[in-house]
Design a protein around this ligand. Sequence first.
Ligand SMILES: Cc1cc2nc3c(=O)[nH]c(=O)nc-3n(C[C@H](O)[C@H](O)[C@H](O)COP(=O)(O)OP(=O)(O)OC[C@H]3O[C@@H](n4cnc5c(N)ncnc54)[C@H](O)[C@@H]3O)c2cc1C
Length: 427
Amino acid sequence: MNATLNRHHVVVVGAGFGGLETVRALAGAPVRITIVDRRNHHLFQPLLYQVATASLAPSEIAWPIRHLLRKRREVTTVLASVEAVDKAARLVRLDDGSMLAYDTLVLATGARHAYFGHDDWEPSAPGLKTLEDATTIRGRILIAFERAEQEPDETKRAALMTFVIVGAGPTGVELAGTIAELARATLPADFRNIDTGKARIVLIEAGPRVLPAFRPDLSAYAQRSLERLGVEVELGEAVTECTAEGVVYGDKTLAAATVIWAAGVQASPAAQWLDAPADRAGRLKVEPDLTVPGHPEIFAIGDSAIVARPDGRPVPGIAPAAKQEGAYVAKAIRARLGGQPAPPFRYQHAGDLATIGKRRAVIDFGWIKLRGAIAWWLWGFAHIYFLIGVRNRLSVALNWLWIYARDQRSARLITQGGGRGGRPEQT
Ligand SMILES: Cc1cc2nc3c(=O)[nH]c(=O)nc-3n(C[C@H](O)[C@H](O)[C@H](O)COP(=O)(O)OP(=O)(O)OC[C@H]3O[C@@H](n4cnc5c(N)ncnc54)[C@H](O)[C@@H]3O)c2cc1C
């Protein structure tokens, strides 16, 4: 026990893709590890939109961190929020005021959505980052249909049956396609006074095309597929106002009871804790070995950091990048403890994936691009493979097959307030 206590202490903040991979890849290294997260679960964010659209239950895409690490005797899990870092004293301050000493610190605290200086839009247009966000959005979508069913006024009913998604990156596209299927295929038989199939789903994007990170032909295919599902795609117009009544974009005003924000990212305040250089999105600018300038004992990885590839383009803020960085940091710590220098981090881009509803997807591997049903099946297998645990893989696969064959989405629950006429409570 004492031998373990004397070991080099690695504190990992954040048990997302990056932090958890660091801990995983440090197995067997001569260190003791403390992993701190303000939530008790690791979340598979790429499938959050499926919780938001009633396709999957929260427990199918999240796992208790403590349970995931139960076999690692050298790892201690702490449920707490980090509030500050004292670089000089090598201490992390937790929200209960206690201090945690480290020899090596790994900051993997991720990012959240950003409203480009309009944080007051958040109550009207929630973003999607946590399980609470997903169940809030799910509640709003389902309540909008419930209220429309009871609404005698045609104008108000039209607003209730209008769903706006702001931002046409993968999350916006996936949300729009799935809400369209929910409205057109899953819900119609359940309602008596409204035709849910007539719901308007409007995807607004400031840029010139959907899925801007993909090649133009895949973007065009994604747009056509969305339009085939009945999604209205509005390009080249930034949203300039967002209220409980709807949105304003360009010179248009659109009345909508449900607005979902899928644009913009703001990194966690890790750079502020360290008073370190950051980009406009708050991502900490790290050295090629992912350390904080002037502090080789502090690493920052994943969405909370930014590092350039050899060609100058930044490493993207996606799960595989965070995992590769986590694995790299573990290797670098091992190398250092063995007295060896660590080579710079090299990112390998596997590809970009996005789905449009339950039958189409686009995949850009660089050397080959795929679209349509084959891409959708590949996307599905890849995501099931990356889920943790056999039970969740089986459960998600069964749910998807059920949706594929019967259009039934079993997680259609309003769980956060939202009584008669109300919106679900914010959490
Ligand atoms: C809706 C959505 C869909 C996405 N879809 C895809 C996709 O299809 N493919 C893909 O590759 N990527 C996708 N991403 C991006 C991907 O999820 C992120 O790039 C990845 O999660 C980054 O990993 P990370 O470890 O940096 O941060 P995260 O996974 O976000 O983990 C950060 C962790 O830090 C914890 N934390 C934050 N602040 C503190 C604090 N102060 N104290 C303690 N703990 C803290 C958080 O609770 C969290 O557990 C998606 C993201 C979202 C939001």
